[in-house]
Design a protein around this ligand. Structure first.
Ligand SMILES: [Zn+2]
Length: 375
């Protein structure tokens, strides 16, 4: 069935009586009408654009760092079933060889009909602060290296590239200067103060990696990296809305201060979708219990969140209207991943990436470029 009829989030609002038709993975008709063709399927709940996650490491037992096609396919299929129809494959701080292998593997991955589309590669490290490493491998953190980044980009020259860097790390300013037209630089895993974070925006950084986490916080006399993000004019920022990484009130603060510039991310790791237990995160062991993933010292190590759950949490925990929340999982990340001309909206000529949400904002069905999946 490529003819759907029901409530949908179209043109920034929830509208009834929307008829959606798609052909060969593309939306060819989006209309508000009372004339329902006989072959249209009536959809309950709410149809929204497919979710886009610009920061995700893995799921269903696999990690992009595994550098293996089967692992990558598992991640893409798993997150698609939970509503994420496009994502930025995200790497961790790792040795030169491991990072190169991971990027090669992501770059050669063919598009799969029932998996999320890889629309960007997000390098989270290795040019970050050892003081704010979180669960990143301390031994792999190093000064910025223009030649290394150039070699990585050469593996996927047409891909959107995002790089999380700490402005205080040696060579990062020169790196941003060199690649600012080619790479979206994100400030994260950083001990920078407010002035340095604001300076990094001047150098050309324009995104903040998991706002609040692994960065200096906002104190009223020392506003930190968080203060630089909240007072920025054009920058975007990620939020991990699992209810643990960030307090619901702080989620609201970010969305209020940065309207249309917050992207919900999962930062999901290997154990996402699996049962509680102990898992590997590059060189570390991570224990998953009570909906969190932590190192043995208690440090949060990514999440076991899906984007669908993040959307639900933004409504039910943070108390934001669903109309405000949907763009944070669709339009904003589409802009960050540079695919806003074909993803992130239910609109003519856009990809037929759709999610059907229940009345309780749970993911019920998913279409990836027109192919229906079982949630
Ligand atoms: Zn991460």
């Amino acid at each position: 069935m490529n003819h759907l009829y029901g409530r949908a989030f179209v043109d920034g609002a929830i509208r009834d009586d929307i008829l959606i038709r798609f052909e060969e993975g593309v939306l060819v008709d989006v209309d508000q009408t009372l004339r329902v063709p006989a072959d249209a399927e009536r959809i309950g709940g709410l149809l929204v654009p497919g979710f886009i996650d610009v920061h995700v490491h893995g799921g269903d037992g696999a990690d992009f760092m595994d550098a293996h096609d089967d692992a990558t396919a598992r991640i893409l299929a798993f997150h698609a079933r939970h509503g994420t129809t496009a994502l930025a494959a995200t790497t961790l701080s790792a040795s030169r060889g491991d990072l190169q292998n991971a990027v090669e593997s992501i770059a050669r991955m063919p598009a799969s009909p029932d998996g999320a589309e890889i629309v960007a590669i997000h390098l989270e490290g290795p040019y970050i602060s050892g003081d704010r490493a979180g669960a990143q491998d301390q031994h792999s953190i190093r000064p910025a290296d223009i030649h290394e980044l150039a070699a990585l980009i050469a593996e996927a020259p047409r891909m959107r590239w995002i790089a999380t860097v700490a402005p205080e790390v040696e060579g990062v300013r020169a790196l941003i200067d060199h690649f600012r037209e080619r790479v979206l630089f994100a400030i994260g895993h950083t001990n920078a103060d407010h002035a340095l974070a604001a300076a990094a925006l001047e150098w050309g950084a324009s995104h903040f990696t998991h706002l609040y986490n692994a960065m200096t916080g906002l104190h009223h006399r020392d506003p930190g990296v968080v203060g630089a993000a909240l007072t920025s004019v054009h920058a975007t920022a990620e939020l991990i809305a699992d209810g643990v990484h960030v307090h619901p009130a702080a989620l609201r603060v970010a969305v209020t201060a940065m309207p249309h510039r917050i992207a919900l991310v999962t930062d999901a790791m290997r154990a996402c979708g699996l049962s509680e237990g102990t898992y590997k995160l590059y060189d570390y062991e991570v224990t998953v219990a009570d909906g969190t993933a932590r190192l043995s010292d208690g440090t949060l190590a990514g999440s076991v969140l899906t984007t669908g759950d993040a959307v639900k949490n933004m409504v039910e925990l943070a108390g934001l209207p669903i109309e405000t929340v949907i763009p944070l999982a669709t339009e904003v990340p589409a802009r960050i991943a540079a695919v806003s001309d074909r993803k992130g909206k239910i609109e003519m000529r856009y990809d037929a990436d759709l999610v059907q949400l229940t009345e309780r904002f749970e993911v019920e069905r998913v279409w990836v470029r027109g192919t229906p999946l079982q949630a």
